[in-house]
Design a protein around this ligand. Sequence first.
Ligand code: SAM
Length: 289
Amino acid sequence: MKRLVNPSVTRQVIDQFGFHFKKQLGQNFLIDANILGKIVEAAELTEVDGAIEIGPGIGTLTQALAERAGKVVAIEKDDRLIPILSDTLNEYANVSVHHGDVLEIDLPELIAAYLGDRRVSVVANLPYYVTTPILMKLLEERIPLHAIVVMVQKEVAERMAAAPGGKEYGALTIAVQYYSEPHIVCRVPRTAFMPQPNVESIVIQLKLRKKPAVDVISEALFFQVVKASFAQRRKTILNNLQNNFPVSGGRETVLHVLREADIDPMRRGETLSLQEFARLSDQFALLEQ
Ligand code: SAM
């Protein structure tokens, strides 16, 4: 079978099927074999593992995954790509292509149907217009995954891997690091894709934690506090909570809670560690008891 990861083969397949790229579906196909190798290596797949690929395109990454994993399920939204995939992947007996929108699919059901009790990782060159909703679905729905290895826009990867104190640190950082340990694998230039995107990219590996990074009394409250703390980045934690996190007693209550959590009310949300957010949300939870 011809390797797709190369500009001339990709162009040939696209021309053969009269395919036209849809920008609104985030269609930028990988044509760089070196980057492909790094993605697959970071996925650490063995022949007993299962892999879910989101957005296989013409099957470039799918081919490489099929050669490493025991079983691959590729979810593609664009119906025009389905006949192309059955052609480019026809020699790979361990690949199933599932036509659908990943945001609407019942992933535990899909895993049960195709991957059984294999260790499962998600490996994808994600469509950038829906990166965050896709990652939040994988993390918040607690899909039983070993790892997530994804190509994303550079700025999004930097937000996921950020440390407290910088401008990249925000609600996405906290959510990702609550559920997983992020590691940046490599930076990817625009020239690695056809057509070239307007942004630079990064491959990031998220190793799912066995249990969340911090213990909290109420997870829902923890994420509400985080959201409120980053509502307006220039404001102090006191002002953000007062304006965006309704509690009876208003400012006085917020001051009391911050004091109990040992957090200076003049700090900004972006300086608080996960442990500090956990302490803060637990103090709010205690108010309700
Ligand atoms: N994996 C291929 C590669 O690396 O060359 C293609 C990657 S391209 C960046 C993103 C792919 O995701 C496209 O094939 C696009 O049609 C598909 N896609 C876009 N939105 C999707 C969704 N909501 N669910 C599933 N696939 C989607």
